[in-house]
Ligand binder design. Structure first.
Ligand code: ZN
Length: 185
C-alpha cells in the first residue's frame, strides 16, 4: 500500500510554491516533500520532470527551499537579505544547465540535462526566486497573516492587499477561528 503524503499547494509562482512545500513553519510544520519520491512528484507537477532523486538531492532541495524562504521573508519585510541565503540561492542558480525552450504552441518549457536533472530543476527555482526577490516581476512579496504560517507569497492582486498565502486554507482557517471565537463569547 502506498503511504499517504500531504497534498501539494501549488501557486502560480514557482519559487513560492516551492517554499510552500513546508507549511505551518511557526505551528505544527507540515513537510510536503518528505521523501525523494515526493520531490520528484512535486517537480513533475511544476513542469520540471526529473527521472530520479536521491536522499542527498532532497537535502539540497530543502537547503535551497529554506534559503529562498529566508531571503523572500527579508524582502517582504524590506530587511537586509541574509548573506548566507543569498549565497545558497546564487550557488544553486549557477550550477544548473536548464534551457528554456519554446513549444510550437508558443509556451515556455524547461529542458533539463538528464544527468543532472534535480540540480537543473533547482537552478530554475533559484532563478525564479531571484527574479521575484529582485522585484523584476509585477507583484509584491508579502507574508501570510496567519501567525502559524507566515509563508512568503507573491501578491499579484490589483490592490496588492492579499493577506493570506492561500485563500482556501489559511484564510478560511482564520475565518473559522474568528467565527468560533464570536460564538463562544
Ligand atoms: Zn498561510
Amino acid at each position: 500500500m502506498r503511504a499517504e503524503f500531504p497534498d501539494f499547494r501549488l501557486g502560480k509562482v514557482l519559487a513560492t510554491s516551492f517554499t510552500g512545500t513546508l507549511s505551518e513553519r511557526h505551528g505544527d510544520a507540515v513537510e510536503r516533500i518528505p521523501t525523494p519520491h515526493r520531490l520528484v512528484d512535486w517537480l513533475a507537477v511544476s513542469g520540471l520532470a526529473v527521472d530520479s532523486c536521491t536522499a542527498a538531492q532532497l537535502d539540497l532541495a530543502r537547503e535551497l527551499r529554506e534559503s529562498v524562504h529566508a531571503a523572500a521573508t527579508a524582502a517582504a519585510l524590506q530587511e537586509v537579505l541574509p548573506a548566507s541565503a543569498v549565497r545558497v540561492i546564487n550557488d544553486f542558480s549557477a550550477q544548473g544547465r536548464a534551457a528554456a525552450v519554446l513549444t510550437p504552441e508558443g509556451e515556455r518549457r524547461w529542458r533539463l540535462h538528464s544527468a543532472s536533472g534535480v540540480e537543473d530543476a533547482l537552478s530554475v527555482i533559484a532563478a525564479d526566486a531571484i527574479s521575484i526577490i529582485a522585484g523584476e516581476r509585477d507583484g509584491r512579496l508579502a507574508l501570510c497573516a496567519s501567525p502559524t504560517c507566515r509563508a512568503a507569497f507573491f501578491d499579484t492582486s490589483q490592490s496588492r492587499t492579499r493577506r493570506w498565502c492561500d485563500m482556501n486554507t489559511c484564510g478560511n482557517r482564520q475565518k473559522k477561528a474568528r467565527f468560533n471565537a464570536a460564538r463562544n463569547t
